[in-house]
Structures are given as C-alpha cells and as structure tokens.
Design a protein around this ligand. Structure first.
Ligand code: NAD
Length: 483
C-alpha cells in the first residue's frame, strides 16, 4: 500500500493472495488493509490538502503529464501485470489497456487549464458576481477489477489537477495492477499524501473511506449493489457512480447482418464480456435473424481462449469464479425458459476461470440475461417482428448505460436513439465507443449510475462552485430589489 508518501504493509500485518485467473493459482501477496489503514490514509490526505490546493493549477497539470510520461515509459510492465493478474491477452487487450492508461492523465491535465467558470449579470446594478471552481477536499476513489489500470485514470488525475487529494482503494482481485500504477505516480514525484492507495476488502477499506468524515466526495465504479450500500453509508457526500449495463443492441431490417456481426461480436466478447458497455442483449429484426445468427456463430470461432501470453489467444479468463458461476446461472435460466445455445455454452477443459464464447438465441423477456448484467462472453439474441415487441423486451431491464442501433434509416436511428433509456447510444458501431473527454454514465432513474464521467464532467464533480458577489460603491441598504 502507499500511504503518506511511504510504501507500507497493513497495520495488522495480514496479506491476501493475488490470483492468476488463467491458472486459478496465487502469484503473490497483497497487504490486507483494514479500517486503521484507511483512517491513516484519510489523515494523510487531509494534511496534504492544505498545501496541495495552493499549488498553481499549471503545476498540478504538469505533474499529471509527468505521471502520464512515466506510465508510457513503463507500459510494458503495466501490460505484463494486466496479463498476469487479469489474464488479458498480452498481445491484445493487455497491450490495448496499457497503451491507453496515460491518456486520461493527459486529458485531465489539459482540460483543467480551460475549465472556465463565469461572471454573472444580475439585477442589482451595484453588484459584480463571479463564480470559480474550488477543490472539494479529500476524494474517495473506489475502482473495479475489469480495467484496473485505465479506470483509476477516470478519477485520480481529475481529482488532483483540481486541487483535491485522494484516498483510493482498488478491487482486491486487481490490486497488483493498482500497485504498479501507484509506482508510476510515486516516481513522478506526486507529493506525499496527495494520492494514497489502500488495498483490502471493499466492505472494510472502501466502507471506511466512504463513512469517514475526513473524506468529502465519493467516486466509484462497480456494481449497482455496492453503489446502493455506499449510498446508504455516504450521508450527504456527493457521489459519482459508474455502474453496470446491459446493452441493448438493436438491429433493424435494413442492416447488413454479415457486415455488422464482427462489430457486434467485439461488443460481446472483448475482455471476455467483462465490460460495462458490452452488448449483453441483441434484438434483431426477424427478416434477417437467420443470417445474423449464422454470422455470429462464425464470428465466435475467431475468439480463442487459452494461455493469455500466447499470441494466438484473444480471449482471456473471467476474473473470478463468481463471474463464471453467474454466466452458468444465466445460461441455465435462459435455457430453462426456452432459449437455445448455438455456440459455446460451456467452460473449456483447462485450468483457470475460462468460458467459451457463447451465442444464445430466443431468450425470453423474463430471463436473467434480459433483466440483469451477465458480464461474461455471451451474445444473447432475440428477434422481433414489430418494434413494439423489441421495446417490450428492452424495457424489462432497469439498467441503462450504453446501447447501439444498426440501420441506414436516419429517422429510425434518431427515434431509437432518443427513446432508449441509456446514457449513450451509438449508431452503426459497437457499444464500446467512448473517448475520455466525452460524457459517459447511466441514464437517470435506472441502476447504471449517477452523474457523468469524462472530461469537464469529471472536473465538475471534483470541484465546488464558489460564487462571490462584489458590491461596488459601498454597501447597499436593505434587499436591493426593494430599492
Ligand atoms: P463491485 O461492486 O463488486 O466492486 C467495486 C468496488 O467496490 C471494489 O473496489 C470493491 O472492493 C468496492 N466495494 C465492495 N463493497 C464495498 C462497500 N461495502 N463499500 C465500499 N466499497 C466497496 O464491482 P466489480 O465486480 O469490481 O466490478 C464489476 C462491475 O463494475 C460491473 O457491474 C461493471 O458493469 C461495473 N463497471 C462499470 C463501469 C462504468 O463505467 N459504468 C466500468 C467498469 C465496470
């Protein structure tokens, strides 16, 4: 762990196993932090805050660039740990993520310099009113395991560039990658206490960072269940939640099934289906269903599981046995309710937490694949004769992060995009499209999140808007509007 500028074990001296999911075996030991460690980090972050917020914005920005430079210089190490700890294929997804890890650090560094507040005209002629951004204080950042190098970048640089300090806890099954990233932050010379890393169980370390009065806002990426607990525990602290999704992808009759299947298969199978923006449910017009299902079965053959260090492997394992079991539960439930498995549907005969890429057809509206996020390598397909049927299926689910629509008809594309209850709808491409400066998050009133991450939206969350009213020409007497 890294607290107050020092590498440290846990106060209790306890550790837990870091597991290689491609083998199902431990490869190292991680400090098992607890509440005492989290409290120590909060104290350090508060001590650091007083000086850090006075550091000029341009200097804070330059430091974020320096962290990015070091991440880039050490990206092979980042790729190696992503392969070992997550089983991400070394020549594919591990390289993708390690190459992207520095990007949000640079975007935060640049966008903060142009993050303007405003002067405000007002009715009282004697007043000059202006607003500016101040740091919130100490930010709690809680991150998941699926992109353990990239996702911390959605919080940490945006927090520190705005003058906040951070207490960060990563998912225990991705803690070794967090430590690698922290090494880069340390090497860049981020002052002591400005970013603190505490590894350990979320229900202890994460909970302490949420409830401790010394933290002032909570940013968390993870499951809706955890976000609900945090909501009950956080009191009045502002919260930014990036949570689970469940597609859908809608394919209208004028789409070319063979042409789009590659893109849809990526949306289902990338990162072994462990992405919040995965396709998860595919609604296809009945006229082109057969061609589309055939194309998806063909596409599934290109996704090869196995040793993630092997150049020919492009699909790694699931992160842990819980994810494997959820995949099995969802498949069994769908089949019990009438769906058919036409590709995959089983675990390959090898150690580790692998699952074969799976195409499932004709799932029912009340099945778990439709109602919940599966988070595995699954392409659940259902056809519709009328658009009303498709809407009925989609609206059975209370998640709404990213959707996609495939059609050449601009009117239909627009109508669907406006109607879908997701924060982002992509027309004619996979659901994983996003760039770090664009707003991203769940639609209000569903279970996919709260607020928006990305560029100035994250900067806003990391800041408190201060209003100053200046009286010109001496104090006014009484409420000005009565004069
Ligand atoms: P999770 O909810 O189990 O854990 C997320 C984090 O919360 C971890 O760091 C965990 O240690 C911590 N935590 C657990 N219990 C806690 C508690 N009581 N108090 C405070 N913190 C606690 O999620 P996960 O399994 O790590 O991640 C997978 C989920 O994340 C999926 O649902 C996925 O869709 C979602 N996700 C969303 C996005 C997005 O941008 N919307 C991106 C990636 C992942």
């Amino acid at each position: 762990m890294y607290i107050d500028g020092e590498w440290t074990g846990s106060a209790s001296g306890e550790t837990f196993d870091a597991i290689n999911p491609a083998l199902g075996e431990p490869f190292g030991q991680i400090p098992k932090g607890g509440r005492d460690d989290a409290r120590r980090a909060v104290e350090a972050a508060n001590r650091a805050l007083a000086e850090w917020k006075k550091v000029p914005l341009w200097e804070r920005s330059a430091l974020c660039h320096k962290v990015a430079d070091i991440i880039d210089a050490r990206k092979e190490e980042v790729g190696d740990i992503l392969c070992t700890e997550l089983g991400k294929p070394r020549h594919g997804e591990a390289t993708d993520e390690s190459g992207e890890t520095s990007r949000p650090w640079r975007i935060a560094a640049e966008q903060a310099k142009f993050f303007e507040a405003h002067t405000k005209p007002c009715e009282d002629a004697s007043k000059r009113v202006l607003t500016f951004w101040r740091p919130r204080g100490v930010i709690t950042a809680i991150t998941p395991w699926n992109f353990p190098a990239a996702i911390p970048g959605e919080y940490l640089p945006f927090a520190i560039v705005m003058g906040n300090t951070v207490c960060w806890t990563p998912a225990p099954t991705a803690a070794a990658t967090a430590i690698k990233l922290m090494e880069c932050i340390h090497e860049a010379g981020v002052p002591k206490g400005v970013i603190n890393l505490i590894t350990g169980p979320g229900a202890e370390v994460g909970d302490e960072l949420v409830v401790n009065p010394g933290t002032h806002a909570v940013g968390m990426t993870g499951s809706p269940a955890t976000a609900n607990i945090i909501t009950q525990r956080a009191g009045l602290k502002p919260r930014l939640f990036e949570l689970g999704g469940n597609g859908p992808i809608v394919i209208l009759p004028d789409a070319d099934p063979a042409q789009i299947a590659t893109s849809v298969a990526f949306a289902c199978y990338y990162a072994a289906g462990q992405v919040c923006s995965c396709a998860e449910r595919i609604l296809v017009a009945d006229e082109i269903k057969k061609d589309f299902v055939d194309a998806m079965v063909e596409e599934s053959k290109h996704w090869v599981t196995g040793d993630p260090w092997d150049k020919n492997v492009n699909m790694g394992p699931q992160n842990n046995m819980g994810v494997v079991e959820k995949m099995t539960t969802h498949l069994n439930d769908a089949v019990d309710k009438g769906a058919k498995i036409v590709a995959g549907g089983k675990r390959p005969d090898r150690p580790g937490f692998f699952y074969d890429p799976t195409v499932l057809v004709d799932f029912s509206n009340d099945s778990l694949v439709n109602r919940e996020e599966t988070f595995g390598p699954i392409a659940p397909i259902k056809s519709f004769k009328t658009e009303k049927e498709a809407w009925e299926c989609i609206n059975e689910c209370n998640l709404g992060l990213v959707s996609a629509v495939f059609t050449q008809d601009i009117d239909r594309a627009w109508t669907w995009a406006e109607g879908l209850n997701t924060g982002l709808t992509v027309i004619n491409d996979w659901t994983h499209f996003w760039e770090h400066h664009l707003p991203f998050g769940g639609m209000a009133s569903n279970q996919s999140g709260m607020g928006r991450i990305g560029g100035r939206h994250t900067l806003e969350f990391m800041s408190d808007l201060k209003t100053i009213a200046f009286s010109v020409g001496g104090p006014a007497v009484g409420p000005s509007m009565w004069k």
